[in-house]
Design a protein around this ligand. Structure first.
Ligand SMILES: O=C(O)[C@H](O)[C@@H](O)[C@H](O)[C@H](O)COP(=O)(O)O
Length: 296
C-alpha cells in the first residue's frame, strides 16, 4: 500500500482515485470543487502526506498544470516527487522538472490513456523520467494500468518529456484512426448500397482487420443513435494533434493522415468558409461556373 496526493478530481482524476483506492492505496485528493475534495488546499494536502511524498497532478494542461507545479515546488521538500498525468505538451516537462530539481524534488511525466473507461479497464500509461523515480512510483502505475502483462499497458518511454511525447503521438494516431472510421461511415451512408450501416459496422467487430476499441465505441454510439443525427458535426481539439504536426514538420516526417484529420476538425467548425467562398468565386471568374448566393 502506498500513499498518494492527487490534484484534480475531474473526469479523469476522480476515477483514478477510485481505481487506486480499490487497489488498496491511500489517496488524498484535492480539487477546487468542495463536493469531491478530501482537503481544503494544496498546503493541507501536503500536510496530510508522509514524506517522502508522491503527488500526482491531473489538471488541464498548460497554465493550470504549470501553476500547480510552481505551488508544489514551494510546498514539497527534498526527496518528494511530482507526477504530471495530464495531457501536457512535452516541452513543459523540462521546465517543470528543472523547477523541482532545484529543490531536489523528483519529476515524472505520464501520458494517461483510456478516458472515462479507465476506472474499470485500467489506463494505458507512458512515462518519462529517471528509472529510480519510475521504480518508486511503480505501485501506483501498477494499480492504474490494465491487468495483464505490465509491458502491454505501461512503458517507460525515456527521460523527462518522453511520456508526454509518446502520448502526443498516440493521440495523433487516434485522430487519424477516428477520421478513417468516420469517412467510411459517411461513405456507407451516402452510397446506400449497404442497407443496414450499423449492422455492417457491428459485423466488423470480430475477425476483421479493422476490429478495435474505437470501432467498438462507434458501434456503441450507433446503438444509441443509428444515424448519429442527434449530434452536430462539430469537433474540438485539445492540442495533441497540433503538436504532433509540429513534430512532423520539425522532423520532416510526412504525416498526411494526421494532418487531414486535424484539418477536418477545423473544417467542422466553419459555417461559412472563406476558403470555399474563394474557390466558388474563382471557378465563377474563370469558367463562369454557377455559384450559390447567400440567401438565394
Ligand atoms: O487517450 C485518451 O484517453 C484520449 O486521447 C484522451 O487523452 C482525450 O480524450 C483526448 O485528450 C482528447 O483529445 P482531443 O480533444 O485533442 O481530441
Amino acid at each position: 500500500m502506498v500513499q498518494l496526493g492527487l490534484i484534480g478530481l475531474g473526469k479523469m482524476g476522480f476515477n483514478m482515485r477510485e481505481r487506486l483506492r480499490a487497489a488498496g492505496h491511500e489517496v488524498v485528493g484535492y480539487d477546487r470543487n468542495p463536493d469531491v475534495t478530501d482537503t481544503t488546499s494544496l498546503e493541507d494536502l501536503v500536510s496530510k502526506l508522509d514524506a517522502p511524498r508522491i503527488v500526482w497532478i491531473m489538471v488541464p494542461a498548460g497554465e493550470p498544470t504549470r501553476q500547480t507545479v510552481t505551488e508544489l515546488s514551494n510546498l514539497l521538500a527534498e526527496g518528494d516527487m511530482v507526477i504530471d498525468g495530464g495531457n501536457s505538451k512535452y516541452t513543459d516537462d523540462k521546465l517543470n522538472a528543472d523547477l523541482l530539481a532545484a529543490k531536489n524534488i523528483g519529476y515524472l511525466d505520464c501520458g494517461v490513456s483510456g478516458g472515462v473507461w479507465g476506472k474499470d479497464n485500467g489506463y494505458g500509461l507512458m512515462v518519462g523520467g529517471a528509472a529510480a523515480d519510475v521504480e518508486k512510483a511503480m505501485p501506483i502505475f501498477d494499480a492504474l494500468r490494465p491487468e495483464g502483462p505490465r509491458e502491454e499497458g505501461f512503458s517507460h518511454a525515456g527521460d523527462v518529456g518522453a511520456g508526454h511525447y509518446a502520448k502526443m503521438i498516440h493521440n495523433g494516431i487516434e485522430y487519424g484512426m477516428m477520421q478513417a472510421f468516420a469517412e467510411g461511415f459517411e461513405l456507407l451512408e451516402a452510397a446506400k448500397v449497404v442497407k443496414d450501416v450499423p449492422a455492417v459496422i457491428k459485423g466488423w467487430q470480430r475477425g476483421t482487420v479493422v476490429r478495435s476499441w474505437l470501432l467498438d465505441l462507434l458501434v456503441r454510439a450507433l446503438d444509441e443513435d443509428p444515424e448519429l443525427d442527434d449530434l452536430e458535426g462539430y469537433v474540438e481539439d485539445s492540442g495533441e494533434g497540433r503538436w504532433t504536426l509540429e513534430e512532423a514538420i520539425n522532423n520532416a516526417v510526412p504525416a498526411p493522415v494526421i494532418s487531414a484529420a486535424l484539418f477536418a476538425r477545423f473544417a467542422s467548425r466553419q459555417e461559412h468558409s472563406a476558403a470555399m467562398r474563394a474557390v466558388a468565386a474563382l471557378r465563377n471568374q474563370f469558367g463562369g461556373h454557377a455559384v450559390k448566393k447567400v440567401g438565394g
